[in-house]
Design a protein around this ligand. Structure first.
Ligand code: ADP
Length: 204
């Protein structure tokens, strides 16, 4: 199955994508993770995109379109998280492949900001910690023991810019894929959200 997961920052896209990927053996493609990895590897695209990411802005379409083309080339199933973010990217995606379903994680700003300001990540396992998942040992990943980090774009000001981008650009994508959209209440706990996705998207 080819899935898109769409939702404002803090809606739990990363957490739910990981759960879906593990349970249904579908690769999780997160453009945010891919761009952060590209920056760590110091590729040309990674360094260029980082100039935008660190300001809380979207990276240029050309960079992200190219990365995505390579990632999707050999995949028959996937859960795509973080792409498309605007109508141009959606048009590009529809030229490359056909999406089956779109999961929309619906959340309000207050809840999203609360979650993001306490968010920490493991750079190795990509596990996301926060209000709903507190690490057993402070600032340490429960699974691999690696130190957790706070994303540089999870500051109040940058969160506001990113949420604005979501409303102005990404939200339009839901209209484009209207017949494929499955809306999920993302204000609940990760377990409850996953249960709803299982029922509504996978039908069990
Ligand atoms: P979030 O959705 O919480 O903002 P992501 O990890 O998905 O976080 O993305 C982090 C940043 O990477 C974005 O703020 C943006 O700068 C960049 N990015 C990710 N996906 C795209 C995309 N499809 N187009 C442009 N920029 C992107």
């Amino acid at each position: 199955m080819k899935l898109l997961i769409i939702g404002a920052q803090g809606s739990g896209k990363g957490t739910q994508s990981k759960l879906i990927s593990e349970k249904h053996h579908i690769p999780h493609l997160s453009t945010g993770d891919l761009l952060r990895e590209a920056y760590e590897k110091k590729t040309k695209a990674g360094i260029e995109a980082h100039k935008y990411i660190e300001q809380g802005n979207l990276a240029p379409d050309e960079i992200i379109n190219e990365i995505l083309k390579q990632e999707l080339a050999d995949k028959l199933a996937f859960i795509l998280d973080g792409y498309p973010r605007n109508l141009k990217q959606a048009e590009n995606l529809d030229k490359i492949t056909k999406i089956d379903k779109v999961i929309y994680l619906k959340i309000n700003d207050k809840e999203a900001i609360g979650r993001l300001s306490s968010r920490r990540m493991c750079s190795k396992c990509k596990i996301i910690y926060g209000i709903n998942r507190v690490p057993l040992e402070e600032n340490t990943c429960d699974v691999c023991g690696q130190a957790l980090f706070t994303r540089e774009d999870d500051t109040e000001e940058k969160i506001k810019t990113r949420l604005k981008d979501f409303k102005e650009k990404t939200f339009l994508i839901l209209e484009r894929y209207k017949s494929k959209v499955i809306e999920i209440d993302a204000s609940k706990s990760p377990e409850e959200i996953f249960e709803e996705i299982e029922k509504k998207v996978f039908g069990d």
